[in-house]
Structures are given as C-alpha cells and as structure tokens.
Design a protein around this ligand. Structure first.
Ligand code: BGC
Length: 442
C-alpha cells in the first residue's frame, strides 16, 4: 500500500498526443515538405523523411505500447494534403487509413481525440497564400465536412486547429515556420482567417454530428511580471497575455478580434467551443523594455531557479500550468490538457517535470474544475518542425534511421500513473526519487 496518492477523478482520460507531419513520414505534398527542402530552414537541414513511419504501419507499435502502459486515450491529427491532394480531388484511401487507425485505437481501448489541422497545409493551399488567402477558411470547412462525414462513427472529440496563436507567431512574426514572414499585418490577416476557419469548422461538425464535442487547442504561455512592484512590468505582462493567450478565446466569446493595433469582427466564431484544449509547456518572467517594439516592448527570461531543458527550449515552471488551468476554468467548460511535455533526450528532467505539472492538474481537478484529461507530448520522439530531430519529446526514444524504439524511465512513470489513475508515493519513490520530498514532503 502506498502511503499517499494524488487521486484523479474516475473516467479521466490519460493519453499522449502526436501530429500527422511529425509521425507519419512520407508527407511530400504539404508546405512543410517545401520548407524542409529549402536550405537553411530546418536545423542542420534535417528532414522528416520516414518520421516515425506511422504511414508504414508503425502506429500499431506505438499505440500498442501506449495501451499496454495503461493509457486510455490518444490525440492524433489527420493530414489535409493526403485527404485532399488537390482542390478537386479526394483520396478515399487516405480516409480508410485513418479509419483503420481509429478502429485499431478502439480495439486497444484508446479513446480518440482527432485534430483536423496541426500546422501543415496542402501545397495547393500554400501556393494560394495559405491562411492569408480569404478563401482558405472555406476550403478548410469543405475538408472538415469530408473528414467528419467519413469518420464520425469513430470520433466524438474533434480539435479544429492546433495552436492557431502559436502558428501565427511562428509563421508570420518569428518566421521560423513557412512562409517565414515577419509582418504584423499578414499575421493579423492569417489570424482572422484561422478564427473564421475554426468557426466554420465548428458549425460544420455540429451540423454533421450533433453530439460531437469540438474545440481548438490553445498555446498557453505563462507570463509573470519580473518586478512585482514595477507597474510597467505589469503593463507589458498584460499586453502579452491579451495578444498571446486571450486573443483567440475573446474572438470566440464575442466575435471581436483585437491584435496589437488591428481590429475586426468574425461573427461565425461566436460561441464555437464545447471544451477548452489547453497546451502548456513553459513560462517567462517579463520586463518592460522600450528598446523592443518588435516584441511588444517585452524582455522575456526564464524564472531564475527553474530547471531548463537541454537545448534551452523549455523551463520547468509548474506555476504556469496552474495559471493556465485557472485561465481555462473561466469558460466553465470541460478542460483537456491536449499537450504538455519537455524535450529531454536523456530523460533526466522529464520525470520531475511530468510530476510537477500533473500535480497542478490534480489540484485543479480536485477543486472540482472540469478537468477531463491529460495528453503528454509525446508518445515517441518525432520530427520537431524547424528544430528537426534536435529535440526529443518522447516517453519512448526513437532512432529515426533504424526505427528502433527504446523505453525511457518516464514511460514507466507515466504507465504507473495511468494505471493507478493517480500518483502514488510508491511510484514516485521508485521511479522519480529526485522529486519525492517535493511531492510528499515529510
Ligand atoms: C506543438 C507540437 C510540438 C510541441 C513541442 C507544440 O507547440 O503543437 O507540434 O511538437 O509543441 O515543440
């Protein structure tokens, strides 16, 4: 018998999350293929190539491992460019492939959560200007109709867009995603079209499948004023919160899109979410800096004592997860943590990161907030966008050349948590002793 357990509610969904372009391999008809083939865009000019070879059937191995390890759900995405390779062409065999995965998941006892757009666009959409084109929301809606109609008997929970706010920043402000722009007006245009695309998709899903649940997955970043006594730091923190965290949600509340100095109205978006999909990785301390107008006058740094991941990408700041959950609770809707994780090839930091973040999820669930599930990013190492293979987020390690999978300590830890529907002192003592006294102070 363990001395103590952080117990989660009955029926809690425990899973991992993946995305088509990152795990399937062989996606040669989307904007990311074009990006990977443009020298200088991806770390070391690496390519997704076979990725985790899910298209070749290895989803069976990865999802089989997930199920054996006590997970009862999985979030994955369908690839638009496979299903609609050209504006006037649908590939039914691609839909059959996804139907097979879904059937396989139900057989394994994994409830599916399906994302309809996870960063990649078909080349033909890219060529007409991607999300800057005002027709793209309607094209997306047509695609969503096709997919939902084909797969509705296997799916109840749909995520329309993955991190539209992150996508806009990466594609149109930082420029590390295709089309690699640095243009606030283009960002605003794309954002408006993504919001409209989401609204149209939500309505289409409900028309075809009235009992479905639909929402989008938000990239939530924790922001804390660096000097709590200094009003300009509070002001700039508020500015970041409004433009990064609140923007999409506000548009869904009242249709108003407000981004820096730009404003518009998207009526189709009002009231279009049945749950909050929350993705949280890290947080920053923020100070006001007049010399950084391009970054909304903000200097950002990791909190001083927070452990930082091997490539410096993520700081372990569980208070940000608490803040994110509190933010999500304001909508009084079910909350799914649709992503959370850390890159850590040697798996030294992940066990503690996982436990600290899950403790916040546990606390929120025990406040009786509607926290319904947690999806760790990710089941297995996969292609990390512009950072190529330089970052390893998997519970399982992958050698992309041989396709060999190797279990990390975190896979054992997460398995024990999923199986117990809780975090027991015994599990932590055995699998993450480095964080025992923090989780169970004596
Ligand atoms: C994205 C994933 C990505 C992960 C780690 C999230 O923002 O949705 O696709 O792999 O972060 O970088």
């Amino acid at each position: 018998m363990p001395d103590a357990t952080y117990q989660f509610p009955d029926g809690f969904l425990w899973g991992t999350a993946t995305a088509a372009h990152q795990v399937e391999g062989g996606n040669t008809n989307n904007n990311w293929y074009a990006w990977e083939n443009t020298p200088g865009k991806i770390f070391d000019n690496q390519k997704s190539s076979l990725a985790c070879d899910w298209w070749g059937g290895r989803w069976k191995e990865d999802l089989g491992n997930a199920a054996k390890d006590g997970q009862n759900a999985h979030r994955f995405s369908v690839e638009w460019s496979r299903i609609q390779p050209a504006p006037d062409r649908w590939d039914e065999s691609a839909l059959d492939f996804y139907r097979d995965i879904l059937k396989g998941m139900w057989e394994l006892g994994l409830t599916p959560v399906v994302t309809l757009h996870h960063f990649s666009d078909p080349l033909w959409i890219y060529e007409i200007g991607g999300w800057e084109n005002e027709k793209t929301p309607e094209y997306f809606e047509q695609f969503v109709r096709k997919v939902v109609d084909a797969l509705k008997s296997e799916v109840k929970i749909w995520v329309t867009l993955n991190e539209p706010n992150g996508l806009v920043v990466n594609s149109y402000i930082d420029g590390c995603f295709p089309p690699g722009k640095n243009d606030f007006r283009a960002a605003f245009t794309a954002l408006t079209h993504l919001i409209r695309g989401h609204g149209l998709a939500y309505q289409a899903i409900h028309e075809i499948q009235p009992d479905a649940m639909a929402g989008y997955a938000l990239y939530y970043r924790g922001f804390f004023p660096k000097k709590s006594w200094f009003p300009p730091d509070h002001w700039v923190t508020g500015m970041l919160n409004r433009n990064v965290n609140d923007l999409f949600a506000n548009a869904i509340r009242d249709g108003q899109v407000k981004f820096i100095i730009f404003k518009t109205m998207v009526k189709e978006a009002i009231g279009t979410q049945d749950f909050v999909g929350l993705q949280y990785y890290s947080s920053d301390e923020v100070s006001f800096n007049l010399l950084k107008p391009g970054e909304l006058f903000a200097s950002r740094e990791y909190p001083k004592n927070a452990p930082v991941s091997p490539t410096g990408f993520i700081a372990d700041v569980p208070q940000g997860m608490a803040q994110a959950l509190k933010w999500a609770h304001q909508f009084r809707l079910p909350i799914y943590v649709t992503e959370n994780g850390v890159e850590d090839a040697e798996d030294k930091m992940r066990p503690a990161y996982l436990l600290r973040h899950l403790r916040e999820v546990w606390l929120a669930a025990n406040f009786n907030w509607q926290v319904k599930g947690y999806f760790h990013w990710s089941q297995v190492d996969n292609f990390e966008w512009e950072r190529g293979w330089s970052q390893r987020f998997g519970l399982w390690e992958l050698d992309p050349k041989t396709q060999k999978r190797t279990r990390r300590r975190s896979a054992d830890l997460y398995a024990a948590i999923c199986k117990e529907n809780g975090i027991s002192s015994e599990t932590v003592r055995w699998l993450a002793p480095e964080v025992f006294s923090e989780m169970f102070p004596g």
